[in-house]
Design a protein around this ligand. Structure first.
Ligand SMILES: C[S@@+](CC[C@H](N)C(=O)[O-])C[C@H]1O[C@@H](n2cnc3c(N)ncnc32)[C@H](O)[C@@H]1O
Ligand SMILES: [Zn+2]
Length: 289
């Protein structure tokens, strides 16, 4: 159930008004009404705004199981450490493309009075994110659209393997806020790419990301995190199933191929965690080419 504090963050997506609670819904002064789902998230998406890139129920189930097994915990710890360094204990934290809310929950654990809001366009992801943490809220939204969130309300924006919207990241952050972006490096899961149909990571991805964000953000620093994981055949299948490759890999064929491997397999996890700071006034750059 959305908290009163969340209502000071959200705005109506159809007009500039704020939202208040009325029964099982949120409503603005113009009487636009948005249901609070039984599972605790609020759906602000109206019909024509659905994102085609939303994760399916199977992708979300696989991600929840994989993350729950702790394989990406070093990444969660890195994000939590950066959050304590960069944001106040009572921060407002927005997570764009929050998925199951796994990283948002780790950051909220590290900031004792913080409020977290996960935005995602996948209903199964929102169900998980709404119960990821006692101080986590979740709202159905397409992050490529202008966000139904007040200007300058966030101390920290997280973006972990999810779509990016530089102008909106910038608008919602306070001038002293920070944006944390996680991307995979070209070495991430490299042992699995040829055999499982996982998509290759473009080695120029990080550079392109910096160029895209440069109009609104100054790149402050980057931490590379790389470590070996030991995965069972089932976990490898889960990894592929939770990735965009799932859309074009036949799950039965994949399970058949992977089942023949002698477990456990050694697989590299390799991420870049970048810290960006909002540019202000004359510091703003012309739009990236
Ligand atoms: C690769 S998952 C990452 C989830 C989470 N950040 C994590 O790392 O566990 C990408 C997420 O972005 C969501 N997503 C994709 N396109 C979106 C959009 N346009 N607006 C909001 N969420 C979107 C998907 O539903 C999915 O939950
Ligand atoms: Zn309205």
């Amino acid at each position: 159930m959305p908290s009163d504090r969340l209502l000071s963050v959200l705005t109506c997506p159809l007009c500039p008004a704020g939202l208040h609670r009325t029964g099982g819904a949120l409503r603005c002064a113009g009487r636009h009404t948005f249901d609070i789902a039984r599972h605790g998230y609020v759906s602000l998406l109206t019909g024509h705004r659905r994102a085609p890139s939303a994760d399916s129920a199977e992708m979300v189930r696989s991600r929840a199981a994989f993350l729950g097994a702790g394989h990406y915990d070093p990444l969660a710890r890195t994000l939590a450490g950066l959050a304590t360094e960069l944001a106040p204990p009572d921060a407002t934290v927005l997570d764009a493309g929050a998925g199951t809310g796994h990283y948002l929950a780790a950051v909220l654990d590290a900031l004792p009075r913080a409020l977290g809001l996960g935005l995602d366009s996948s209903v199964p992801a929102l169900r998980a994110a709404a119960r990821a943490h006692a101080r986590a809220e979740a709202a159905g939204w397409d992050v490529w659209q202008p966000w139904p969130v007040r200007t300058g309300c966030a101390d920290l924006v997280l973006n972990v393997f999810a779509p990016r919207n530089g102008p909106e990241f910038h608008r919602v952050l306070t001038p002293s806020g920070a944006l944390l972006v996680v991307t995979p490096t070209a070495r991430h899961l490299r042992e699995l790419r040829a055999s499982t149909g996982l998509l290759a990571v473009d080695p120029g991805k990080e550079e392109r990301l910096r160029r895209t964000l440069a109009e609104h953000f100054r790149h402050e620093r980057a931490e590379t995190l790389e470590y070996p994981m030991s995965l069972t055949a089932g976990e490898v299948t889960g990894l592929v199933t939770m990735s965009p490759a799932a859309r074009h890999v036949d799950p039965a064929a994949l399970r058949g191929r992977v089942a023949q491997w002698a477990a456990p397999v050694r697989v590299t996890a390799s991420f870049v965690v970048s810290v960006y700071r909002p540019r202000r006034g004359p510091d703003r750059r012309p739009r990236a080419a």
